[in-house]
Ligand binder design. Structure first.
Ligand code: URP
Ligand code: ZN
Ligand code: ZN
Length: 472
């Protein structure tokens, strides 16, 4: 089965040009004009951009957290992702202390394999390091194809690992060729501040932000960067929300330390005042790190522009307002942390970033797709439009205007954090490995069509049996 996409403008992280794309089965087999290849179907993409499918490097689908389970699972979550132009998600596989890593990985495969409509992979949480864990890591990388580990520096008594664990994870990652990801907030200080606030009768959602100030994120980011320097390893800081953390990342990078940073759409366009909304509505905006004062937004945009931050994750972690967020009605520490962001990740960056001249069109592709593909061992199978790459393609109308709303979104939750926001630009159709998942804004995909992707080691192309360095 061959398809030709014609009349569109191809945009990659480095080029913008008009050409036709020929797809055969799952792959792009030709790019050019006057190709003279017989095809079964011609798709007219006049007036649109053709982007490589987005890669969302940070999702929590079907994840138990905060006394409940995230509302979007691998089916609803990946459908919503596809509507937003994302064709690959990398989800966080949680582990339990004392249990084999393989058991946790199997649990995540069971959650996803018959449900995902687009391709996916996993990062693996490391909560403890001991001989058994260290022994398993080689096989996690070589056999499971999971080449990134996540260490939480916050969520005391839940996910938080100590500095020794982070240090040893960095050491192991260096040796084995993995990328270590951190949730960088000082969990011990947060624990103290939240208990103190509650003892003073401060229970409303805004105290979530007030007990997790930006300095605490900056401190943990700097500490993680220092441990990365000590181990000569590599680090990726997830959901960077503030100037304090950006400065620590920039400082480390200027010293040649291998530190990368991701921000999320919510930090670029929403601010701390959302947590003060009346009638407990502030709970809709409770996630960690919290929303910051508005001036941090300019710092984040500038960091994306200058390359101090390189990627945009959604940190999709959705909970209904009614029935889930409401668990914390009388105590902000019981509000499940997280928000529904998977669907609007790319639209917000395009509308607020490209359309407002904060970043270029090619940076948009790099930030939403290519850089994540390179950092997480998916490139060039994914993350670009090139002959031989998977035909994960977004046909994107850059001029259509729409208003974001829970009434029209495809996530399974009862609210949208960007409700009422006007955006310009939207995916019209989305192909995953050569097949439409979304066609003319209708879902035409199928649960189970998305497959688990084994990833290459850190810094290598996604040719798993050869050691070829990828320029990051
Ligand atoms: O509040 C958030 N971000 N929830 C998801 C878990 C995490 O910390 O990434
Ligand atoms: Zn986190
Ligand atoms: Zn997260």
């Amino acid at each position: 089965m061959k398809k030709l996409i014609t009349n569109g403008t191809i945009v990659t992280a480095v080029d913008t040009y008009q050409a036709d794309i020929v797809i055969e089965n799952e792959k792009i087999i030709a790019i050019g004009s006057n190709l003279h290849i017989e095809v079964d179907e011609v798709i007219d993409a006049k007036g649109t951009y053709l982007f490589p499918g987005g890669i969302d490097p940070h999702t929590h689908l079907d994840m138990p957290f905060g006394g409940t389970v995230t509302k979007d699972d691998f089916e609803t979550g990946t459908i919503a992702a596809a509507f937003g132009g994302t064709t690959t998600v990398i989800d966080f596989c949680l582990t339990n202390k004392g249990e084999p890593l393989k058991k946790a990985i199997k649990t995540w495969h069971d959650k996803s394999e018959d449900k995902a409509v687009i391709d996916y992979s996993f990062h693996l949480m490391i909560g403890e390091i001991n001989e058994e864990v260290l022994e398993e890591l080689t096989s996690v990388i070589n056999d499971e194809g999971i080449t990134s580990f996540k260490v939480f520096m916050a969520y005391k008594d839940v996910f938080q690992a100590d500095d020794g664990t982070l240090y040893r994870t960095l050491e192991a990652a260096k040796e084995l060729g993995a990328l270590v990801m951190v949730h960088a907030e000082n969990g011990d200080v947060i624990d103290y501040l939240t208990k103190k606030a509650l003892a003073e009768g401060k229970t409303e959602p805004i105290y979530h932000a007030l007990t997790r100030p930006p300095e605490i994120e900056g401190e943990a980011t700097g500490r993680a960067a220092k441990l990365t320097e000590l181990t000569n390893s590599q680090l990726y800081v997830v959901h960077v929300s503030c100037q304090d953390a950006v400065e620590k990342i920039a400082e480390a990078r200027s010293k040649g330390i291998d530190v990368w940073g991701e921000t999320c759409p919510q930090y670029l366009v929403l601010d701390k005042t959302y947590l003060e909304k009346p009638n407990f509505e502030g709970a809709k905006y409770v996630w960690s790190p919290p929303l910051r004062e508005k001036h941090h937004q300019d710092v984040l945009w500038n960091a994306l522009k200058s390359g101090e931050l390189q990627t945009l994750g959604s940190d999709q972690c959705s909970f209904d307002f009614n029935g889930q967020k409401s668990l914390g009605k009388n105590d902000f520490t019981k509000i499940p942390n997280g928000g529904p962001m998977i669907e609007d990740r790319m639209s917000i960056l395009f509308s607020e970033g490209v359309k407002k001249d904060r970043i270029t069109l090619n940076q948009f592709v790099d930030i939403t797709s290519t850089r994540a593909a390179k950092l997480f061992g998916l490139f060039p199978q994914k993350g670009t439009i090139a002959v031989g790459s998977d035909a994960d393609i977004v046909i994107f109308d850059p001029n259509v205007e729409r208003t974001i709303s829970a009434e029209t979104h495809h996530m399974a939750v009862d609210y949208n954090a960007f409700e009422g926001m006007k955006v310009t630009g939207e995916p019209v159709s989305v192909l995953s490995k050569g097949e439409f998942v979304v066609r003319d804004k209708f879902f035409v995909g199928k649960a189970g069509k998305g497959k688990f992707i084994k990833r290459a080691k850190y810094g290598q192309y996604s040719i798993r049996d050869q050691e070829i360095k990828v320029p990051l």
